[in-house]
Design a protein around this ligand. Structure first.
Ligand code: AFP
Length: 313
């Protein structure tokens, strides 16, 4: 699908990519509406204005926090698709039932890493899409996942279970294909270590020391989306936000952050584990469920699982 060397470049846009893969029309609608929502979100990030979110005029309320605004933009566009059953947002402490008979449900973090906007670092939107109304299903039930990365370029990465594909927003604010069916190598030489080292357990400490001994370079921005995107687009490496002394479940949220990213990374030939099992097989205990995560190159993830078995079981 991508341009052959020397050919006349053509631009495959997101809707065409979905249509040519004969995705369900309603699923295409949901993904396309999320892409459209990202145009208003990036506008708000870049200009700091309460742009018209394509749904109604300015809220006429006091200045909204960006992540609350992003949540409202996504929530309103999803509701208007007419195919959504439930909405679970990291910005809300309960699941919103839109239409119990809706075809799809979404679990999302509207603006992950929002505190990084003030220091002009990249942030992102993360979305998992389920068939039906049960967003508290294990991640293996996801039918699609995507993230939008608001960085120097605005890119969108999605999967519907047939590979992981990257798009970039052009001057017309349309997403056109950059690369499809991205692959992650078995092992890599970059690592993104979340948490603080003094709170690492013996297995995690041994894992990070081994990575450094192998010459792996530390690449950590504090934003889950850019840090995962670096592993995916560079095609190797590992991100970890591990269990810590005093924080056995780590920090990242299963529903809104880990499951969608685990689906995307597995579809690119990588792995995502909580140190003992696939992230996608973890049974959610509630919408706020946090889980340790080791995600990226398969051999790197297998290595830390082995260290945990050896040193911590
Ligand atoms: P915020 O959304 O509260 O800024 O947290 C971002 C995040 O959930 C995720 O994007 C990062 O990977 C992780 O936290 C960074 O956490 P530390 O600041 O503890 O490294």
């Amino acid at each position: 699908m991508t341009n052959e060397p020397g050919s006349t470049p053509f631009q495959v846009d997101l809707r065409r990519h979905l249509r040519e893969r004969e995705e369900d029309r309603d699923l295409t609608r949901v993904i396309y509406e999320l892409a459209t929502a990202s145009r208003y979100i990036i506008n708000s990030i870049r200009t700091g204005e309460l742009g018209v979110a394509g749904t109604s005029n300015l809220y006429g309320e006091t200045q909204l926090e960006l992540d609350v605004l992003a949540d409202r933009i996504i929530r309103k566009r999803m509701t208007h698709t007419g195919v959504i059953a439930c909405i679970a947002s990291e910005e809300d402490d309960e699941i919103q039932v839109v239409d119990p008979n809706g075809k799809y449900s979404i679990a999302y973090d509207p603006l992950d890493g929002s505190s990084l906007v003030d220091v002009n670092l990249a942030v992102g939107t993360i979305v998992g899409i389920y068939k039906g109304a049960d967003v508290l299903s294990p991640g293996r039930e996801l039918v699609a996942a995507l993230y939008v990365l608001y960085g120097p370029r605005c890119t969108l990465v999605y999967t519907t279970g047939h590979g992981t594909h990257e798009f970039a927003m052009n001057a017309l604010m349309e997403y056109t294909l950059v690369q499809e069916d991205i692959k992650i190598a078995e092992t890599g030489n970059i690592y993104a270590p979340g948490g603080t080292r003094n709170k690492y357990t013996p297995a995690v400490e041994a894992f990070v020391s081994d990575l450094e001994d192998r010459g792996s370079k530390l690449r950590y921005s504090g934003g889950f989306v850019p840090d995962i995107n670096q592993v995916l687009i560079k095609g190797h490496g590992v991100f970890l936000y591990p269990h810590l002394k005093g924080l056995p479940r780590g920090k990242l949220r299963l529903l809104y952050e880990l499951n969608p990213m685990a689906f995307l990374i597995e579809q690119a030939g990588g792995a995502a584990s909580n140190g003992h099992k696939r992230i996608l097989d973890v049974e959610p205990e509630g919408i706020g469920h946090c889980e340790p995560v080791f995600i990226g190159s398969k051999a790197d993830v297998a290595k830390v699982e082995e260290l945990i078995r050896t040193l911590e079981s």
